[in-house]
Design a protein around this ligand. Structure first.
Ligand SMILES: *Cc1c(COP(=O)(O)O)cnc(C)c1O
Length: 352
């Protein structure tokens, strides 16, 4: 049985057998080869999809949260606090529940997917909505923890979050036996892309791999401060998990992509939607819209002639979190009711 990322990578994360660990057995998520996507686009490159939506609360945030909450408990913290576009909220609330401490969660009002809010509430999180953006909410909680040492901040500015999220890179190498040529990843607050880079570099320093991947980061056009070089005061995208105008780890991420010979680029709402659709219909993987940005970026960047052997796309979160997005695509109109059918299901199927 997989014991979770701290027990699975204890030495690499600096934990010992004696440490108290708060875990929901996160990590060890599948890495699929996307042979249908390769075929549909006529690519010679091997495309792999790492489905982080299969973590305990449905996003990669759990990798960082197990480390952040375990450390907070060790240090005698009485509660945790975070700002969230949704997935951090769900993850923080779940791990706080497991640890038996409260989670205070500050969200931008009316801007988080209902499924994520439902999760945070179900796990018993104390949800506080503010009028303002995610960036404002993060500023607010950062100032609150400075004044209140009973609380630990569990946003990705917490180095323990980034430490735990390195394990996504470890797992890719453990399966492929090497780093891919390219790692493609959605970028919001820019913590995860930085964590993957640290993870690959740690494996290289330990002599486990020789080459590092190029990092390709993708932001949504309406929330692309790392592409334009300017903070976005009113970030807009339906991909709420990456609707961030002032990424806290922006500098670190830009440095990592440069060091890796990669880049950060933007994808449009339409490109995200097309990629989201393909992942579901060609590969059977249902992701939330932000997660489709990694495949959206790869499919428009890669050509069949390019000399890239392997690409791993990180699919950051589960589609069940944002069902509204499915309805917005009008897919519910494809449901055939008994009145519309005008025949038995039996005869309908026989015509097919
Ligand atoms: C948090 C999140 C992101 C963005 O990750 P950052 O570390 O903020 O760049 C992307 N997708 C999903 C589903 C997320 O939950």
């Amino acid at each position: 049985m997989w014991p979770g990322i701290i027990s699975g990578y204890m030495d690499l994360l600096g934990f010992t057998e004696r440490d108290l660990i708060v875990s929901l057995h996160e990590g060890n998520t599948p890495l699929y080869q996307a042979s249908n996507l390769e075929k549909a686009l006529g690519l010679k490159t091997r495309i792999y999809l790492k489905f982080e939506g299969l973590n305990p609360t449905g996003s990669f945030k759990d990798r960082g949260m197990t480390v952040a909450v375990s450390r907070a408990i060790r240090e005698g913290t009485k509660g945790i606090i975070c700002a969230s576009t949704g997935n951090t909220a769900a993850s923080a609330a779940a791990y706080a529940a497991k640890a038996g401490i409260p989670a205070f969660i500050v969200i931008p009002n009316d801007q988080i997917a209902l499924g994520k809010l439902a999760q945070a509430l179900a796990y018993g999180g104390e949800v506080l909505a503010v009028d303002g953006s995610f960036d404002y909410a993060l500023e607010l909680v950062r100032s609150l923890v400075v004044e209140d040492d009973r609380l630990a901040l569990v946003n990705s500015v917490n180095p323990d979050r980034l430490l735990g999220q390195r394990t996504g890179a470890f797992e890719i190498v453990d399966v492929l036996g090497e780093a891919p040529d390219v790692l493609s990843i959605p970028v919001g607050n820019a913590g995860n892309i930085s964590a993957y880079w640290d993870g690959f570099k740690q494996y290289k320093a330990a002599g486990i791999i020789e080459k590092l991947p190029a990092l390709w980061g993708f932001q949504a056009e309406g929330a692309a401060p790392l592409v334009t070089g300017k903070a976005v005061m009113d970030p807009r995208t339906r991909a709420t998990a990456i609707r961030i105008g002032r990424p806290a780890s922006g500098e670190k991420a830009l440095q990592a992509t440069r060091e890796s010979n990669g880049f950060v680029a933007a994808v449009s709402e339409e490109e995200i939607m097309t990629a989201w659709n393909e992942l579901a219909r060609l590969e059977g993987i249902f992701v939330e819209p932000a997660s489709a940005a990694s495949w959206a970026g790869v499919r428009k960047t890669l050509t069949s002639s390019r000399d890239i052997d392997s690409v791993v796309c990180i699919l950051t979160g589960n589609g069940l979190k944002d069902q509204q997005y499915v309805l917005e695509q009008g897919l519910h109109q494809n449901v055939v009711t008994p009145e519309e059918l005008e025949e038995s299901i039996d005869s309908y199927l026989r015509r097919w």
